[in-house]
Every structure is written in C-alpha cells, then in structure tokens.
Design a protein around this ligand. Structure first.
Ligand SMILES: [Zn+2]
Length: 202
C-alpha cells in the first residue's frame, strides 16, 4: 500500500485504506498534516484496532510537531545582547515560546501513545521501534530547551531581584522586556528596557 512513496508497514483493511488512509495521504501530500491527522483519528474511532491507522496517527502527529518546531526557528530571538555585557530578555516572547514548546511536546506525547500501543502488538517491528526513537529524541530535545528557558526565567528574580534599578518599580519577568547587566559588585542588575534606554541616553 504505497502512496506518495510512503509505506504503511502494518495491517490495514481495504475499507480502512479506502475511507481513511487514501484521503489522509492526499492531505499529507499537500502538507496539510492537521487535516490528515483528523481523518486518521476519525478512522480510529470507527476501527480502534487498526494498526495502519495507529501508525499514521503517530506519523502525522510527528509531522505536525516537526513543522511547528521548524517554525520556531523564525521566532524572534527572546534573548538579545545589547553590548557592554547587557542582555535584553523579552519576557512576553519567552512565555509564548514556552507555550509553543508545551504544545509541541503535547502533540508528540499523543503520537508516542499511539506508537506504544503498536509496540505492544508488534514488539519486533523495526519501523515502529525506529519511529519511537525519532519521537523520543525530538521530545527530549524540546523538553530540555524549555526546561533551560524555564529555569532561567524562574531563577532571574532570585538573582537580580524583583525591582528595576532605574525606576525602582517592580518587574514582571514573564511579560516585560528586561535588561540584565552585571553591576560593579558582580551582582546582576535588572532594568525595564525603557528605563535602561533612557538612562543610556543621559
Ligand atoms: Zn524601570
């Protein structure tokens, strides 16, 4: 059952193929993976034991996650050096990025559930084992990146304090643009971006 150069390595009835696999593959050929996944999930509602559909569910989930994570590379940089050791962190953007990471990890977890079900019935299928490896490594990589980012965000108030050195008002690290700079006493100072910029002008 090859279609568009893709082989579903597992059992799938004629009926499942005609009503779900073919239309899903058609969407996938146009890179419309969310629609392809919808079709496959509908198919699984009617044929919950279909191994071919389970595999495709994991495959399309992976493709969605992969597309979303490549889109993240065009995301504006959340951390930018401003020169002289000062760093600007865009809190709102960081929160958005963390939300995206979470969304992608959620999609990968669903794909993984499907693959785990398949592994129980096909413990020796190399395709299934290999595919589980792809999903796991992508999930680990995204999990690690978002953990690092979260750690940075939650640690900075402890290190730099909750107040702007310029205006002495409080800083909201997850919504505002904040500038960090080492002060002479080797401590970390935090500034609101506008406060830092107006200070630099004087
Ligand atoms: Zn300020």
């Amino acid at each position: 059952m090859a279609e568009g150069g893709f082989d579903v390595p597992l059992k799938c009835s004629q009926e499942e193929y005609k009503h779900f696999v073919e239309p899903a593959m058609h969407e996938a050929q146009n890179s419309n993976f969310p629609s392809a996944l919808d079709i496959v999930e509908n198919g699984l509602n009617a044929h919950p034991a279909s191994e071919g559909l389970m595999f495709l569910k994991a495959y399309f989930g992976y493709k969605i996650a992969d597309t979303m994570s490549s889109e993240l590379s065009s995301f504006p940089k959340v951390i930018q050096p401003l020169g002289n050791g000062a760093l600007m962190v865009d809190g709102a953007m960081t929160s958005q990025l963390l939300g995206k990471f979470q969304e992608i990890v959620g999609i990968l977890s669903e794909a993984e559930e499907s693959i785990n079900e398949l592994l129980q019935v096909n413990p020796n299928s190399q395709e299934v084992v290999a595919f589980k490896g792809y999903i796991d490594s992508k999930k680990n990589q995204l999990g690690q990146e978002s953990e690092n980012m979260k750690a940075t965000i939650s640690n900075t108030p402890n290190i730099a304090g909750g107040f702007c050195v310029g205006c002495r008002k409080s800083i909201s690290y997850d919504t505002q643009k904040v500038v960090f700079r080492k002060s002479s006493a080797s401590q970390l100072e935090a500034w609101h971006l506008p406060c830092f910029q107006s200070k630099a002008k004087n």
